[in-house]
Design a protein around this ligand. Structure first.
Ligand SMILES: NC(=O)c1ccc[n+]([C@@H]2O[C@H](COP(=O)([O-])OP(=O)(O)OC[C@H]3O[C@@H](n4cnc5c(N)ncnc54)[C@H](O)[C@@H]3O)[C@@H](O)[C@H]2O)c1
Length: 333
């Protein structure tokens, strides 16, 4: 039991699997804890897989005595904003109660470092742009509220029990592994880029663009997309920071540059040579016209900055993953 391990909850999912690959390649020993409700067993190509559920405290408690866990990277959660409005119980149970189970088990076994997947959804409707970490947090849906509550719990657990955390507030995770081994595979998929790629390749799928009358340069919503590899790198830096005795912090992970829905469609068409079939739908309730995050704080503190998050890298890696997965024979430019 001399080897140290990093416990990666939700490591069979999109961001968790990319982070697991990066950590493993950097020499970390990882344990992947996932119930596979939304994750994919075939994404766990590195580290040790332990299937289990955060809501089952016994399955969590069985892991800690087996490995010398040094820190936890906590991705496991449900993350469908729309579903969380109709079924908040599912979200408070899984995200909040599941995290409490995890934190309590960590404390029981003396593990006091955690990197937590938070979200820009904790800010709600932006009052100023780019959004900094000081921006008020007024989440407008149960999903965002669960993440905000967990941030509050982490703060209190630090004060009372000395649990050190880094909460990373991601903007829109996007793109795929550059080797084509992993990619975005949510089911159902609700994210723009994989859906727009699908609309380029599948003859019977048409993308709905939610509103084209926003006050933006082309009328469609602008979002801050951050390449999943940049996200993964930030988790490694956060682990190193906590490992060197860093105090608890919240950081945005955005790229400070926004792309509109039309920018995304145009880039997919340019790089794939395919037409993205789309129709204009009505606006969705609660969708702000622009969401852009400042990364200044994490740049100053952890020397992280987005390196792979230009639109070409994001779309081309996503396209390559899609083409490999569905065996389309085509070159991505
Ligand atoms: N994708 C984004 O753009 C984005 C943006 C902001 C924040 N986040 C957060 O990042 C994290 C990862 O997101 P993702 O896109 O990779 O999602 P994902 O659904 O691909 O991954 C989540 C993983 O957690 C697992 N899981 C869920 N509940 C579990 C439980 N009770 N016990 C064990 N495993 C469980 C799922 O099976 C899945 O493999 C989530 O916490 C999400 O809220 C994602």
């Amino acid at each position: 039991m001399s080897q140290k391990y990093i416990l990666v909850t939700g490591g069979a999912g999109y961001i968790g699997s990319h982070t697991n690959k990066l950590l493993s390649n950097a020499g970390y020993n990882t344990i992947i804890f996932d119930n596979l409700v939304y994750g994919h067993r075939e994404f766990v190509k590195w580290g040790t897989f332990e299937q289990g559920d955060l809501l089952d405290k016994n399955s969590l408690r069985s892991i800690f005595p087996k490995y010398k866990i040094d820190a936890v990277v906590h991705f496991a959660a449900y993350a469908y904003v729309g579903e969380s409005v109709g079924n908040p119980q599912k979200y408070y149970q899984n995200n909040v109660v599941g995290t409490l189970n995890l934190l309590d088990t960590m404390l029981e076994f003396g593990v006091k470092k955690i990197v937590f997947s938070s979200t820009c959804a904790t800010y709600g409707i932006p009052e100023s742009l780019p959004i900094t970490e000081e921006h008020p947090q007024n989440p407008i849906n149960p999903y965002g509220k669960t993440k905000f509550m967990i941030e509050q719990i982490l703060k209190d657990y630090d004060l009372a029990y000395g649990l050190k955390y880094v909460a990373l507030r991601y903007f829109n995770a996007s793109g795929a592994d550059f080797d084509g081994e992993l990619g975005e595979l949510h089911d159902p998929e609700t994210h723009l880029i994989p859906l727009a790629i699908k609309a380029a390749y599948e003859s019977d799928y048409v993308l709905t663009v939610f509103g084209d009358d926003y006050d933006t340069y082309d009328g469609t919503c602008i979002r801050d997309y951050i390449h999943v590899y940049d996200l993964a790198l930030a988790h490694k830096l956060a682990l190193e920071y906590l490992g060197s005795g860093g105090s608890s912090e919240c950081f945005n992970l955005g790229n400070s540059v926004g792309f509109s829905v039309r920018d995304v469609i145009n880039e997919i068409e340019k790089l794939s040579g395919q037409k993205v079939k789309y129709k204009i739908g009505s606006r969705r309730a609660g969708d702000p016209e622009i969401l852009i995050g400042s990364y200044e704080k994490i740049m100053k503190k952890l020397q992280w900055k987005p390196t792979y998050s230009d639109i070409k890298n994001i779309i081309s890696s996503g396209l390559r993953w899609y083409i490999l997965r569905f065996e389309y024979v085509q070159e991505v430019k």
